[in-house]
Design a protein around this ligand. Structure first.
Ligand code: NAD
Length: 366
């Protein structure tokens, strides 16, 4: 029996509700496929501040580093909003990213057929299906480059610098190609090589790395064109790899097609062989915490990514995603989805616990 160590950080607000539900789904996977998942529950965020005075205790970092993967709920809430910046719950996220060396952010944008009505694109476009993985470089580029204010020829000015080293592009390109190998073997690299020198280096490096992945079909788009093609022909995309800033914008554009913030999963990855961190894109939703209203699917889908990417359990990940698709196809909806898709006579409104139970049942009976 294969045994895996998963560090679990429930955090604040709806975090514990969605993470506990996700553990039940992972347990159902363990039973069905004969694995053992050992969970270490760790403190981070507001709950850690209350217990230890620190948003990210050293013990949490140490245990996360020893795990095979980290599953995180969300952190933050109004009761900690008056604390100084470096003491706030959200510091825990930045701390975990830097301690675990997470330089790649993966955001899938999947339109489930059952939620097609939530897609703002043309019905024919939505009907073709959408399943795009956006791989965004997370620790380089303009958000981290040299910046400042100075006196320019036209008076005071400000500047930010886009800089990428060959090493940074090589490692994110490899994440993109590896993702393509796990999926449809197609990779689109997005840059602005017609204008930016950093993008020319990006493109030539991605082309060089492509020689390591002869099975993957690589193409390139300028970012302005990529924003248009994502709307015009989203079903043509498999994996997109891009810079920090372009990925920030493109991943939010792609997210608009999925139905609700409660459906959006993510992964952050570092060096191969080190633990990745998996979390829903949403925050701690204090307005609905403790009311059995939170949609657990974003966290459950993040756990599917954890299985596939960090544990190498692709069949098990497929089983989780198929269970989510089945429950949605059967008409079950949490309130956030109903809000975006609109009510219909066939939809069945459920809370966090019932949605979780349905996914667990679908995993067990598939
Ligand atoms: P939020 O994502 O928590 O909530 C925005 C809206 O979406 C709310 O109306 C909320 O009820 C709804 N929502 C979010 N997730 C949902 C789910 N799973 N099911 C149903 N509805 C859901 O963003 P916010 O309100 O801007 O932030 C709340 C707190 O979360 C703040 O303290 C913020 O700093 C923190 N935050 C944390 C993270 C993180 O931990 N990664 C990310 C964003 C915000």
């Amino acid at each position: 029996m294969a045994k895996y160590q998963i560090a679990v950080i429930p955090g604040d607000g709806i975090g514990p509700e969605v993470v506990n539900g996700t553990r039940q789904v992972l347990d159902a996977i363990a039973v069905r496929f004969g694995h053992e998942f050992a969970y270490t529950e760790l403190l981070a965020g507001g709950i850690a501040i209350d217990a230890t005075g620190e948003p990210l205790p050293a013990a949490t970092v140490a245990a996360a580093k020893k795990s095979d993967a980290v599953l995180l709920g969300a952190v933050g809430g109004p009761q900690w909003d008056t604390l100084p910046g470096d003491k706030r719950p959200e510091r825990a996220l930045l701390g975990l990213r830097s301690e675990l060396g997470l330089y790649a952010n993966l955001r899938p944008a999947v339109l489930y057929p059952a939620l097609a009505a939530a897609c703002p694109l043309h019905p024919e476009t939505a009907a073709a299906g959408i399943d795009v993985m956006i791989v965004r470089e997370l620790t380089g580029g303009m958000y981290f480059g040299d910046r400042g204010r100075r006196e320019g020829p036209n008076g005071p000015e400000a500047y930010d610098t886009e800089a990428y080293s060959i090493m940074e592009v090589e490692r994110i390109a490899r994440v993109g190609f590896e993702q393509a190998m796990l999926r449809g073997k197609r990779l689109t690299s997005v840059d602005k090589a017609n204008v930016l020198e950093s993008s020319r280096l990006w493109r030539e490096t991605v082309i060089r790395i492509s020689q390591e992945y002869p099975e993957v079909t690589l193409d390139h788009l300028y970012v302005d064109n990529a924003t248009m093609q994502l709307i015009k022909r989203p079903s043509d995309f498999d994996v997109i790899v891009t810079t920090n800033m372009f990925g920030d914008i493109l991943s939010d554009e792609a997210a608009m097609i999925t139905g609700s913030i409660g459906m959006l999963a993510s992964a952050s990855l570092g060096k191969p062989g080190t633990p990745g961190m998996y979390e829903p894109v949403h925050g701690s939703a204090p307005d609905i915490a403790g009311q059995d209203k939170a949609n657990p699917l974003a966290t459950i889908l993040s756990a599917a990514m954890l299985l596939r990417i960090s544990l190498g359990l692709g069949t098990e990940a497929d089983a989780v995603e198929a269970a989510v698709a089945k429950v949605l196809a059967d008409g079950y909806r949490t309130g956030d989805i109903v809000q975006n898709v609109g009510s219909s006579s066939t939809e069945k409104r459920v809370g966090t616990r019932e949605m979780t139970r349905l996914v667990v049942e679908a995993v067990a009976n598939a």
